[in-house]
Ligand binder design. Structure first.
Ligand SMILES: NC(=O)c1ccc[n+]([C@@H]2O[C@H](COP(=O)([O-])OP(=O)(O)OC[C@H]3O[C@@H](n4cnc5c(N)ncnc54)[C@H](OP(=O)(O)O)[C@@H]3O)[C@@H](O)[C@H]2O)c1
Length: 314
């Protein structure tokens, strides 16, 4: 168990996940949290990362920093996604180990699993077949990070763990028109359509694909839970185990935002993978369950979007 005054470094604390982890730590009474902004410490710089760890020697690390983006950003910058993520992960995990960090939690993503993985996807399907080509670079970097944690555990007896979340949403999300994920993109589009009085909004595909969404504060709760209660080389999936069609999700977002125009579907556009659901039985067996239902979570996310417009696009 982490002591309340343990020195804890949250990497990526200004991001959606990192900021949720800091909130969860503070709410739980942890009082010795250290952070650095990207401008203060570029985690792709090995010398700077080593200096930082040698000076601060954090006992626990939550690695929530990453170069993150939606399908367009990933597809258009494969090399950058691989380089930045590989470098920052290797630098942080290696420096943590060299400087005696007793436990580290590495954040990955469900895109590490094969394109044609069984549904729902269990942790054990990792590396059983090919990845989705559009985010292969990102996925390979994330797989390397979680494998490096596993190899340190096996070679040096560390206690470094990893968690693979499904699609996340919530406060401090990224609403950039090209860099955002599906749920924040829908919030932004329907909000703008409502403000401009647009008579209809056109969405891609036919709305049939099934997706899963986890509220980011629930993920942060799981990260703390795992840090205090889990050790092991195999990653842990983070999700709700529930799925919704893109069509139903779109209607829900429109309803919460109060957009009453028409929703049109452009079926000449691709649908994407028909189904993407995590098998969450491992986290459930460990004694953890999500708390925030999708409708409540979208309301909270939209409230944050309205209250913090300056943060919405980055
Ligand atoms: N969002 C999702 O739906 C989702 C789903 C599954 C998994 N995850 C995982 O959760 C983790 C965090 O994602 P997120 O959604 O919180 O992303 P985010 O909001 O973009 O936050 C990432 C943070 O990392 C920082 N960062 C990036 N490159 C850096 C560098 N070279 N040096 C220092 N800091 C750097 C960013 O700072 P700047 O903004 O200043 O660059 C930002 O504060 C990632 O590993 C991601 O794979 C996210």
């Amino acid at each position: 168990m982490m002591k309340k005054d343990a020195k804890i470094y949250v990497a990526g604390h200004r991001g959606m996940v990192g900021s949720a982890i800091v909130r969860a730590l503070k709410n739980a009474g942890y009082n010795n949290i250290i952070t650095r902004t990207h401008a203060e410490l570029d985690l792709t710089r090995q010398d700077k990362v080593e200096e930082f760890f040698a000076a601060e020697k954090p006992e626990y690390v939550f690695l929530a920093a990453a170069k993150v983006g939606g399908i367009v950003a990933n597809r258009d910058a494969l090399a950058d996604f691989m380089y930045d993520n590989m470098m920052l992960e290797m630098n942080v995990i290696h420096a943590a180990w060299k400087n005696g960090c007793c436990k580290l939690l590495f954040l990955g993503s469900s895109c590490i699993y094969p394109r044609l993985a069984p549904q729902p996807m269990p942790e054990s399907c990792l590396l059983t077949s090919s990845l989705e080509p559009t985010n292969e670079a990102y996925a390979l970097a994330k797989i390397s990070g979680l494998k490096y944690c596993e190899y340190l555990n096996r070679q040096y007896g560390t206690d470094y763990i990893s968690v693979m979340p499904t699609n996340l949403y919530g406060p401090n999300d990224n609403y950039h028109p090209e860099h955002s994920h599906v749920l924040p993109a829908l919030i932004d589009r329907f909000h703008n359509a409502k403000i401009s009085g647009a008579p209809y909004v056109t969405c891609w595909g036919d709305g049939s694909p099934l997706r899963e969404f986890l509220y980011v504060d629930d993920l942060a709760d799981l990260c703390l839970f795992l840090m205090n209660n889990y050790s092991g080389n195999e990653t842990v999936n983070a999700g709700t185990g529930k799925e919704i069609t893109i069509k139903a999700l779109t209607e829900l977002v429109a309803e919460i935002i109060g957009y009453d125009g028409e929703i049109r579907w452009d079926t000449t556009r691709p649908n994407g993978t028909p189904r993407k659901l995590l098998d969450v039985s491992k986290a459930t067996a460990l004694g953890w369950k999500y708390k925030t239902e999708l409708r409540d979570g979208i309301r909270l996310a939209y409230q944050d979007y309205l209250e913090n417009p300056h943060r919405a696009i980055r």
